[in-house]
Ligand binder design. Sequence first.
Ligand SMILES: Cc1cc2nc3c(=O)[nH]c(=O)nc-3n(C[C@H](O)[C@H](O)[C@H](O)COP(=O)(O)OP(=O)(O)OC[C@H]3O[C@@H](n4cnc5c(N)ncnc54)[C@H](O)[C@@H]3O)c2cc1C
Length: 438
Amino acid sequence: MSLPTSATYVIIGAGIHGLSTAWHLAQETGSGAGIVVVDKGDVGAGASGIACGVIRNNYFQPAMRELMAHSVSVWESDPEAFSYHPVGYMQISHEAMRDDVGSIYEQQQAIGYESVFVEGAGESQLYMEGIFHDWRAQGITSVLHEKKGGYANNKKSLAGLRAKCEDLGVTIVGGIEVTEFATDNSSVTAVVTSQGSIACDHVVVAVGPWVQKFWAMLDLPVVTPVLGADGQLHDTNTWTYWALQEGVLGVDPGYLVDNDGNMPPVIHIDTDAPLHDDDGELVTEGPWGIYYKPDFSFGGVQGGYMPYIVDKPALEVAVDPYGPKSPDFVVGGDFYRTWTAALSHCQKRFEGKSGLIKHEPSGGIGSFTPDSFPVFDTFAENAYFICDSNHGYKMIGVGALVAKELTGSPQPLLEPFRYSRYAEGKLHPVSNSPYPWS
Ligand SMILES: Cc1cc2nc3c(=O)[nH]c(=O)nc-3n(C[C@H](O)[C@H](O)[C@H](O)COP(=O)(O)OP(=O)(O)OC[C@H]3O[C@@H](n4cnc5c(N)ncnc54)[C@H](O)[C@@H]3O)c2cc1C
């Protein structure tokens, strides 16, 4: 498809946010004419195309919870097109997280998000045995069972979004790399690409982990002053890269059905019990956390372990976080050993199965903001940045809200995610989870 020379809206990035924004914009404006999505690769070339696909709402931050509840309703609107599996989600935790998770449960009830909360070591064990007869994880004193959410198949859901966009006349063009913005010193007048310029009224930057590059194109600050609880401004790097470690155990996905033979909820466990491998060697004293689910698209039991900050020069990663070198440093021997030991710690059926881990590229890079929560905001008057801070495959509904803001109606659900919150000290509460995104 040839590249238009002008458009009302140019959306950069054909991941979950770019496509969802394009689809909803086409609905808001009554047609996809004037909406162009460009991607240097193709649909799903970035993080959305490799995401584990978990859709959950165990957020300690009220604003995140409300946003996620909205997104779950979008997933539920067309499960088939989005390849969405509403199997539910479980946050299984050790004592240090019990109060935080208890408050998540209470607030889920307040917004009508269906969930069950179980407290106490014995009660938690019994509840888990009711789902998996071989459950044996140690150090657990609470279980939050979200009855909504679950997971979706990454590439299939993007194909569903693409079809919805194209049905409404949105133009999606792959193989187009955006190299810079043309500006009139206050706003963006055109998006300059490897195949020519597209004059535009609005630009939407939905480039996932590549955001730092686009941030630099508008000379936005590499250091962000954040107002702390001490009343002082603290200079903080605007962008930090984390490597997300994920993998697949090569068993039949049916190996992880529940006691009734059904597909189980997605499991996420955080515990402080020491972790040993099947040979009895200590892997970590803890605390540690993993997540996993049976998944036919990945061809096994798929999941991940805690991420780590990428120690390679951030710029090298920013040039192409999904370049050929990435998988080498995302997962390696430690991940394989730790994750399989943790599976076996949780369920006896995984004992002796560590050799079945698939040694193939997996995991990826996430680009995190100063407080590790999203920034949804407009810069240079007409450049809308969707920076999801790696929370985002599940946030399919953000595009719906962004489309409304682009057409003139500010959205209260997005208000807590403006960039100005850092200078104003309006930060989201911090939980005791070992993950930067909970
Ligand atoms: C291993 C892993 C597992 C994850 N698991 C989950 C999960 O289970 N649940 C969840 O909710 N989230 C998960 N996430 C996070 C989630 O995947 C991301 O937050 C989300 O997909 C980001 O979507 P996006 O549309 O912003 O970016 P992307 O999907 O990365 O899309 C950005 C697009 O921009 C394009 N692009 C970049 N630069 C240019 C340029 N110069 N010109 C043109 N196009 C360009 C890229 O080719 C790409 O297609 C995971 C992330 C990783 C890495």
